[in-house]
Design a protein around this ligand. Structure first.
Ligand code: FAD
Ligand code: NAI
Length: 475
């Protein structure tokens, strides 16, 4: 049996980043991953690189360009004879990006002398050298021993009861990203991040999209002003159909059509669609991991139970990323990875959960960091708000991307920035200024006094900071 200083289970953004950082610090590392791609080949990078963040952003970009040609170019005085879509080419571009990045992880593993093992990992027990893990691959198995272990097994899509994913008509994220033709009628259950991103892609490419949501409103955890603006844009500009307060009933498939019966306020309704995406959240991946063999316990929601340092009930085993509490985001997994490895190495390590940014890559993008107005209100924390629209910004006008605004919330007494919420062009990039500011405990006055390039979208953040004190200059 081979012994390693550190064995990592899972090669997603949590696992592969942990492996690289540990190798940089001189540890002898093995990383076990079981993912196989559509060609049945092992592919590192986990959900994020293979069937999540990266392929979704590739299709979002392609479909947005298509929508721009159809609806936006005309404003620039550019006319194009009716554009068409080659979905095969669009999908192969997506896959090329995925392959380059997953191949990049394999390259980095080689470069950093990380032992990459393919197969399903499960805990066997402990011996005098550490934790014993069995790796099963296609009928063969081997055991490896890690003095320390990090579990980074990620998450999997949650299915509806009695409606298994077949990725032919009932699709999870993998199926939703792999469609080979544009469905005429697309149903989506759940108007969360995946529902909105996938809904945007297929609507722009020509589907009629209906999204059924259990909650009474859109994006309940998002700042209320952002959610209201988003709903307006998604319905009026993009043309998504939403149904809220939905109670699902019977769902049946016949002749390639899916009939979804549901109720709103006890009134029966139904839709018939050609494909159905179910995006109702994700579950931690602990299938057949045999945590019980090494004393690793799960919390009441099935996540691996960890303390604030990602330590499990076993002092030799840590867990990070989607398989533990906290937001299911790639950058959260990566930061936990670095923090755990550095703390194993005796360094100080900390992840600031208060400054983890969220981004929804719709058009326009939504991004935020920190507290929402409604959460501050519910805790009676006094605050001031500065808001500034992209419509009053020269760069946004030049880009023809004038929808949305920046909203900065600062403490009424100390002026410390408590939350920044953006709906608008390149919100995913703009939010970093807010993250840096909040990490350094900046006040809105600090941002108001920082020089922002002109003309740039970042001026909207500058003006929103000025607006906190009622002194926006261009409004
Ligand atoms: P994962 O990436 O899930 O990796 C876990 C790996 O472990 C997988 O390869 C899995 O096969 C393997 N594994 C599991 N069990 C075992 C086992 N027993 N033995 C061996 N291997 C095992 N986040 C963002 O921040 N930005 C985005 O834009 C974004 N877009 C997304 C879009 C979609 C469609 C989806 C589904 C997710 C998206 N996410 C996004 C979320 C992001 O993908 C996850 O937060 C991130 O991948 C979590 O990383 P992880 O390392 O914890 O797990
Ligand atoms: P989600 O948690 O974002 O949204 C799920 C939605 O489904 C919620 O609005 C919920 O109310 C609704 N829902 C649950 N049960 C329902 C039911 N029975 N009927 C109708 N609606 C129901 O989950 P989603 O979209 O599956 O994404 C999972 C996670 O993946 C996200 O929370 C996020 O962490 C990550 N992700 C991140 C992205 C990003 O950072 N841009 C992109 C995509 C996913």
């Amino acid at each position: 049996m081979k012994n390693f200083d550190l064995v990592i289970i899972g090669a997603g953004p949590g696992g592969y980043i942990a492996a690289i950082r540990a190798a940089q610090l001189g540890m002898n590392v093995a990383c076990i991953d079981k993912f196989v791609n559509q060609d049945n080949k092992p592919s590192l990078g986990g959900t994020c690189l293979n069937i999540g963040c990266i392929p979704s952003k590739a299709l979002l970009e392609s479909s947005e360009l298509f929508a721009k040609i159809e609806h936006d170019f005309i404003d620039h005085g550019i006319s194009v004879t009716k554009p068409s879509i080659d979905l095969t080419k669009m999908q192969s571009r997506k896959q090329k990006i995925v392959n380059e990045l997953t191949g990049g992880v394999a390259y980095l593993f080689k470069k950093n002398k990380i032992t990459s093992l393919h197969g399903h990992a499960s805990f066997v027990g402990e011996n005098e050298s550490g934790v014993v893990i069995r790796v099963d691959n296609d009928g063969t198995s081997e055991e490896v021993c890690g003095e320390k272990v990090i579990i980074a097994t990620g998450s999997k899509p949650r299915a509806l009861p009695n409606l298994a994913f077949d990725n032919k008509s009932v699709l999870d994220n993998e199926g939703a990203l792999a469609l080979t033709s544009v469905p005429k009628r697309l149903g989506i259950i759940g108007s969360g991040v995946i529902g909105l991103e996938m809904g945007s892609v297929w609507k722009r490419l020509g589907s009629q999209v209906t999204i059924l949501e259990a909650q009474p409103s859109l994006l309940a955890a998002t700042d209320k002003d952002i959610a209201a603006e988003a709903l307006k844009i998604y319905t009026k500009d993009l043309g998504l159909n939403f149904e809220f307060s939905v109670k699902l009933g019977d769902i049946s498939t016949k002749n390639k059509e899916i009939t979804i019966n549901y109720q709103i306020d006890s009134i029966p309704k139904k839709i018939v669609v050609d494909k159905l995406i179910v995006s109702i959240g994700r579950l931690p991946n602990t299938d057949n991991l045999k945590c019980e063999n090494v004393g690793v316990s799960l919390d009441e929601k099935g996540f691996i139970a960890v303390d604030e340092h990602c330590q499990t009930a076993n002092s030799k085993i840590w867990a990070i990323g989607d398989v533990v509490r906290g937001p299911m985001l790639a950058h959260k997994a990566e930061e936990e990875a670095v923090a755990v490895v550095e703390s194993i190495n005796g360094q100080f390590a900390h992840v600031n959960f208060n400054t983890i940014p969220w981004v929804i890559y719709t058009s326009p993008e939504i991004a935020w960091v920190g507290r929402t107005e409604q959460s501050l209100k519910s805790e009676n924390i006094p605050y001031r708000i500065g808001k500034f629209p992209f419509a009053a910004n020269g760069r946004a006008k030049g880009l023809n991307e004038t929808r949305g605004f920046v909203k900065i919330i600062a403490h009424q007494v100390t002026d410390e920035i408590l939350g920044v919420h953006i709906i608008g062009p390149f919100a995913s990039e703009l939010i970093t200024e807010a993250v840096v500011a909040m990490e350094f405990k900046a006040s809105s006055e600090d941002i108001a006094r920082i020089v922002h390039a002109h003309p740039s979208l970042s001026e909207v953040i500058h003006e929103a900071a000025l607006a906190v004190d009622g002194r926006a200059l261009n409004m």
